[in-house]
Ligand binder design. Structure first.
Ligand code: ADP
Ligand code: MG
Length: 142
């Protein structure tokens, strides 16, 4: 699951994520990086749609972890924007979430995981090109 794409609007980013979601089997940890407004949450919305989740995905303000139950899997949307130390997250059980193969996890601001960033992961970097265009760069590890 490696490659780069430029999307020309939010709908295209969602569509791209929607297609990508169909390749997920469980156990994937999608680590999302990029400035505010670069499209991470928009991507997660498409991902959730592609997984068959009907709930509307929003930018969590104070809720860091949201989980959605699927047929056999769980989808986790984690947003570390307001978290300053990842060690707090370990106390909250983030490692149990990561280690469960029934979970598909998308983490916004994944760089904040620091040393707890899992080795086996899919890095997805978002770059703002202009008002409506974003570059999305995907690289899988292990
Ligand atoms: P982040 O979670 O990275 O802060 P959001 O997904 O919340 O970013 O916000 C991205 C904003 O940019 C949204 O308002 C979205 O409609 C807009 N946008 C414009 N073009 C794109 C694009 N090509 N891909 C994703 N979002 C886009
Ligand atoms: Mg966001």
């Amino acid at each position: 699951m490696n490659g780069k794409i430029n999307t020309k609007n939010a709908a295209e980013t969602k569509q791209f994520a929607h297609e990508l979601a169909k390749q997920l089997k469980g156990g994937e940890i999608l680590c999302l990086y990029g400035n505010l407004g670069s499209g991470k949450t928009t991507f997660v919305q498409g991902l959730a749609e592609g997984l068959g989740i009907k709930h509307r995905i929003i930018s969590p303000t104070f809720i860091i972890v949201r989980s959605y139950k699927l047929n056999k899997l769980n989808f986790f949307h984690i947003d570390l924007y307001r978290v300053d130390s990842a060690s707090k997250m370990i106390g909250l059980g983030i490692d149990e979430i990561f280690n469960n193969k029934k979970n598909i996890i998308a983490v916004e601001w994944a760089e904040k995981l620091g040393k707890t960033l899992p080795k086996r992961r899919i890095d997805i970097k978002f770059t703002y090109l202009n008002k409506d265009q974003r570059n999305i760069d995907i690289k899988s590890y292990e």
